[in-house]
Design a protein around this ligand. Structure first.
Ligand SMILES: [Zn+2]
Length: 91
């Protein structure tokens, strides 16, 4: 009757497979979760402020206009690894 029972080795393989499967499952779920939310979602457009300011890069001179920000006085964007200079609010 002992021969009818699965051998110790087979049981070990089965348990090992279950553990491995659960491990891969968890890693896969973690990766899925990481891909679905890489960054916090931006606030809804209703909470964004319409602004209109210009910034100039003090290094290369490029200028850009910011039209939307989470608040009235956002931190300046960076260009050439430096904070850009606020030129003037535009109307
Ligand atoms: Zn620049």
């Amino acid at each position: 009757m002992i021969a009818a029972l699965p051998s110790f080795g087979a049981t070990l393989w089965f348990l090992g497979g279950v553990v491995l499967f659960r491990f891969i499952w968890k890693v896969g779920l973690g990766m899925l979760r990481g891909m679905s939310s890489p960054l916090p979602a931006p606030p809804p457009t209703g909470e964004m402020r319409r602004i209109n300011v210009r910034y100039r890069c003090g290094v290369c001179g490029v200028e850009l206009r910011m039209v939307m920000a989470p608040d009235e006085d956002p931190p300046p964007p960076r260009h050439c690894l430096e904070d850009m200079d606020l030129v003037a609010p535009v109307d």
